[in-house]
Design a protein around this ligand. Structure first.
Ligand code: UT7
Length: 314
């Protein structure tokens, strides 16, 4: 049985169409100055006809290529998404067929913490010996649930996908993972639909989400480092959920990590929910900042609230 679940490949994909802050200011009462200074976001990618599965497929194929394995070698696929293509079947099964895999595949819904929850689940399959090679993806077409007339949310979100291939390993990998949920915050962040009224859009109390995100993720980062007997100086990189630069700066400050050790992609991607962490990870792996053997802290929080962290040796 393998001691660790280790990332052996990363991949990502962004749809080609870019919507800038200036583009948004033509249709809603906002400005590049306001969005940039309050969030750090400059632009986001938006799908035209692509589905969540389409984005996931390219990200997955890129991750499989880097891992050097075929889709038929996978033992499990876990796809984290808030924007599945259909109520059923799971988008993960659409993806399984699209990439030519034959293993079990399921979706996981923990909104912006979805990738952390999926990674943690995959780790358990690998550590128990139930699986050896697992594909974990975060893929979102959030633009389909954004009210483009609501300036308090329309400026934040984008579409995209990120993926990793995990393999059993005895030489490092995930060292610590933790997931948490507290369901009493429904009114702070939700899609205002249910299965009777199908059409719904993101509704958010931005200030409340902001404060809870900073305090939950700072506390969790401190607890994660303590559980591993580590200090923040021993981290090579933090790869946080990309929601707001001010949230990231506040957490980095509290755990005394300089910003040049934090991967930031929200300026170009916006908040892509479950895709944001694997997208940021893949960008930094492919541009050479993240190297094999380095220690990474991944953290994310989303509606529910659900939040979690993964500390790993890359
Ligand atoms: O993935 C997890 C999900 N989401 C998050 O993590 C988001 C967390 N929250 C945030 O990122 C921030 O709270 C926001 C970016 C959403 C809002 O920033 P804020 O600094 O908390 O602004 P605010 O909501 O307190 O609004 C300040 C002012 C208000 O005007 P008044 O009342 O002061 O006159 C808003 O009406 O800014 C106004 N405003 C805007 N102005 C221009 C709100 N949205 C906009 C806008 N453009 N897009």
């Amino acid at each position: 049985m393998s001691k660790f679940a280790r990332i052996i490949g990363t991949g990502s994909y962004l749809p080609p169409e870019i919507v800038t802050n200036n583009d948004l200011s033509k249709t809603i009462d906002t400005s590049d100055e306001w969005i940039s200074s309050r969030t750090g976001i400059k632009q986001r990618h938006i799908v035209s006809t692509e589905t969540t599965c389409d984005l996931a497929q390219i990200a997955a194929e890129n991750a499989l290529e880097m891992a050097g394995i075929k889709s038929t070698e996978l033992d499990l696929i876990i796809l984290a998404t808030t924007t599945p293509d259909k109520i059923f079947p799971a988008t993960a099964t659409l993806l399984q067929t699209a990439i030519g895999a034959t293993c079990p595949a399921f979706d996981l819904q923990a909104v912006c913490a979805g990738f952390i929850f999926a990674l943690t689940t995959a780790e358990q399959y690998i550590k128990t010996g139930a699986a050896e090679k697992v594909l974990v993806i975060g893929s979102e077409t959030l633009s389909r649930i954004v009210d483009w007339n609501d300036r308090s949310t329309a400026i934040l979100f984008g579409d995209g996908a990120g993926a990793v291939v995990l393999s059993g390993s005895n030489e490092g990998g995930i060292l610590h993972s933790k997931i948490l949920s507290d369901g009493k915050y429904l009114s702070a962040l939700q899609v205002n639909n249910n299965y009777i009224n199908q059409t719904g859009f993101i509704q958010m109390s931005g200030n409340e989400v902001f404060k809870i995100a900073v305090s939950s993720l700072s506390t969790l980062a401190e607890e994660t480092l303590k559980s591993c007997g580590m200090t923040a100086e021993q981290l090579d990189w933090m790869v946080p959920h990309q929601a707001n630069i001010r949230i990231i700066v506040a957490i980095a400050k509290r755990i005394k990590t300089p910003l040049d050790k934090v991967i930031i992609t929200l300026d170009k991607h916006g908040n892509t929910s479950a895709a944001s962490i694997p997208l940021a990870l893949d960008v930094a792996v492919r541009d050479g900042r993240i190297q094999k053997g380095q220690t990474l802290l991944l953290e994310g929080i989303g509606a529910g609230f659900s939040w979690g962290s993964v500390l790993l040796k890359f």
